[in-house]
Design a binder for this molecule. Structure first.
Ligand code: KG4
Ligand code: ZN
Length: 353
């Protein structure tokens, strides 16, 4: 069964074909990230307009890379939430139109679940992908860490899951992006903070870890403010100094210590939850999804503290892509989940798990 997955929830216009929920046949992604870099974050209107221009060529690319015609496609899966409204609309309207005109079943897929399901891809004939050798097993503990999402979820089986915890404010990737901006590092902040952290001392600055009523929830607003106050203190100013002044007044060594100390605590915050959930639920597999899965610090801390090994998927599949949607779409189709009505499917920007 071949599924075409369409993803437009943020700044990546993406489409992919996946066979039987495990074989990656194509993965076409066009990012508008360069257009957003100047603003230090994704600008929703720019993202939506870029999707309109890119969506048809990206879908055609996905079909041609997979050596497929429309006759070969068994169903279409599309992200209907969570995400930016204008961006989601482009993908959903395109998928609805194609489902009607090409006469294909349509599945509405949750983006956040997709980040976990991409780990079910174990085969490809495409060059340049390093994939897990086996599919995850249930019970499955999933950590979703991206620019827009931070969730920890336990799956007993397909479509039978419980959200254990989530952030009360910023997603972890968003916290990296904001701290990067504070200390004058380029967007996206995750990779630039990681890089700067290599020159710094992760124990130099004592940033706080959040504690919330639900032991699996967390928050990054406290550490973000702590980074701001610490940076103001390091340059000899008080809390009235504008954050815009910080990048030029901090030394490179101070920036590196902030990056390293922030990264250690932010990552420890989520790893603490993973370890607690592992002990409570004894999962057979632990999988990580989302852009922050690329973080070397996250991988290091998990390797040090988790008793089982995590099989990471290729970095190209950690960030937003159509393959994650196609893979989850396959399980929708194969496990008789309801199809979406192509005449009425609407977007769900705040869709939760
Ligand atoms: O999954 P993704 O591509 O988009 C969303 O759905 O949000 O994740 C992007 C996020 C950004 O916030 C970026 O800063 C973060 O992933 N990221 C990292 C690293 N690489 C990317 N965060 C920490 N360390 C990294 N090495
Ligand atoms: Zn995402």
């Amino acid at each position: 069964m071949k599924i075409l997955g369409i993803e437009t929830s943020c700044d990546e216009t993406a489409a992919a074909v996946v066979e039987d929920g495990k074989k990656l046949l194509s993965n076409a992604v066009l990012s508008s990230m360069d257009l957003h870099a100047a603003y230090g974050g994704v600008v929703p209107e720019i993202a939506a307009r870029s999707h309109i221009e890119a969506i048809t060529p990206v879908i055609e690319q996905a079909l041609s890379d997979a050596n497929c015609t429309w006759d070969d496609i068994d169903a279409i899966a599309v992200t209907y939430g969570a995400g930016l409204g204008g961006s989601l609309l482009v993908g959903v309207m395109t998928a609805r139109t194609l489902a009607i005109t090409k006469n294909k079943p349509l599945y509405a897929v949750n983006h956040v679940e997709g980040h976990i399901y991409v780990n079910f891809i174990t085969e490809t004939s495409l060059d340049g992908y390093t994939l897990p050798t086996a599919q995850p097993q249930f019970p499955l503990l999933g950590l979703i860490v991206s620019g827009g999402h931070s969730q920890i979820v336990i799956w007993k089986d397909h479509f039978d899951y419980q959200l254990l915890g989530q952030t009360h404010d910023d997603a972890i990737g968003e916290a990296f992006d904001k701290v990067a901006k504070l200390i004058g590092l380029p967007y996206p902040g995750g990779p630039s903070v990681s890089k700067k952290a290599l020159e710094g001392d992760a124990l130099a600055l004592p940033f706080p870890k959040s504690r919330l009523q639900n032991k699996y929830d967390y928050s990054f607003s406290g550490i973000k403010t702590a980074v701001l106050r610490t940076a103001q203190g390091l340059v000899g100013a008080d809390h009235t100094l504008s954050s815009l002044e910080l990048p030029k007044r901090l030394t490179e060594a101070q920036k590196a210590d902030i990056a390293a100390s922030f990264q250690r605590i932010a990552v420890e915050t989520v790893v603490d939850k993973v370890i607690m959930a592992f002990e409570e639920f004894q999962p057979k597999s632990v999988v990580i999804g989302g852009g922050v899965a690329a973080s070397p610090e996250l991988r290091k801390q998990l390797a040090e503290r988790l008793p089982i090994e995590i099989q990471y998927t290729d970095p190209k599949l950690c960030t937003d892509n159509g393959a994650m949607i196609a893979t989850l779409g396959y399980f929708h189709a194969n496990l008789s989940q309801p199809t979406a009505d192509p005449y009425s499917l609407t977007i769900a920007p705040n869709l939760s798990m």
